[in-house]
Write a protein that binds this ligand. Structure first.
Ligand SMILES: C[S@@+](CC[C@H](N)C(=O)[O-])C[C@H]1O[C@@H](n2cnc3c(N)ncnc32)[C@H](O)[C@@H]1O
Length: 291
């Protein structure tokens, strides 16, 4: 697993190398910087991405290449986020912060799975193919952001509201990653329907505070991204759809957990809340004996 960790970090850093744009900008070795700075950056990012992918193709083969190419793609967007957030005006910077938050989330999901639960590690651990609805929701938020930036530019300058969103995303990330570290090999991106022999019920650490800390973190992270972008419509849309997604998922997951751990989980459920607003989980009613 050390190999996957190393390859993913190499890929990520190679992609992140796009921030070398600042070097060429400062030294004016690339195109002369002027009012069309943003166009310069775009051309540089595209050229850089093509070159770095040729390099990866030469450097890695097979599964290693698959990991590297994904990590590089994510690292590239992290770097583009840094570039956008460093260039004026404020309204665009918000999108840069958002890209940093989004790409960090996907890369850290893979890295943490590699560290805490290597036997479950796969290309899916990047969560890049999470679901169609996840990416449809992301596209909607990009469309809303650019439409509003175009039509209502001044209102996208309330950067201090965006800072609140960044704080919510950071706290959400910390909560989710603490859950992954605490649950360790018991954590799986896919809800298990058959109990592995080694699967233990986790009730310690952050699981003392919430029954579903990783979902609590993800819920607030997703809503937080829309505050970062100052997207009022997607903020409401994300809150409703994420809530519904976790409502269904927690219900099903708890049904399975009660099947795995029986009374132990019922007792845990009685003591600790889900942590998600207005979600109480699977309602377990013991079957009464006829006499
Ligand atoms: C994506 S993880 C989410 C874990 C948890 N719902 C959370 O939000 O932190 C899903 C897997 O974790 C397992 N799981 C959930 N809660 C658990 C617990 N308290 N102890 C052990 N395994 C748990 C489930 O069986 C499922 O396969």
């Amino acid at each position: 697993m050390l190999k996957e960790i190393s390859i993913s970090i190499q890929g990520f850093l190679l992609g992140l190398g796009v921030v070398s744009y600042f070097f060429f900008e400062c030294t004016h070795l690339y195109l002369p910087a002027a009012e069309w700075e943003r166009e310069n950056a775009l051309i540089y990012c595209i050229l850089f991405y093509i070159c770095v992918n040729i390099f990866l193709f030469v450097l890695f083969r097979g599964d290693d290449w698959q990991v590297a190419v994904r990590a590089c793609f994510i690292g590239n967007f992290f770097g583009i986020g840094i570039i956008i957030s460093a260039l004026p005006p404020w309204s665009y910077k918000l999108f840069g912060f958002y890209l940093i938050i989004l790409s960090f989330f996907h890369f850290s999901e893979y890295l943490l799975t590699a560290i805490t639960n290597p036997s479950n590690l796969s290309l899916d651990s990047f969560l890049l193919n999470h679901s169609v609805s996840y990416w449809v929701a992301a596209c909607c938020s990009w469309i809303e952001f650019f439409l509003e930036r175009w039509l209502l530019t001044s209102y996208k300058e309330y950067w201090y509201v965006s800072v609140i969103g960044i704080i919510i995303c950071i706290l959400g990330e910390i909560t989710r990653k603490l859950a992954m570290i605490t649950a360790n090999t018991n954590f799986n991106h896919i809800v298990q329907v058959n109990r592995e022999e080694s699967h233990e019920l986790v009730t310690w650490g952050i699981y003392r505070l919430f029954r579903h800390p990783s979902y609590v973190g993800w819920f607030w992270w997703s809503v937080g991204t829309q505050i970062v972008l100052l997207n009022p419509i997607c903020f409401i849309g994300y809150a409703i759809t994420s809530w519904y997604f976790f409502y269904v998922r927690v219900y099903f997951e708890e049904m399975m957990l009660i099947r795995f751990f029986g009374q132990k989980y019922v007792d845990y459920k009685r003591k600790v809340g889900t942590g998600l607003p207005f979600i109480s989980g699977y309602y377990y009613k013991p079957v009464e004996s006829p006499n």
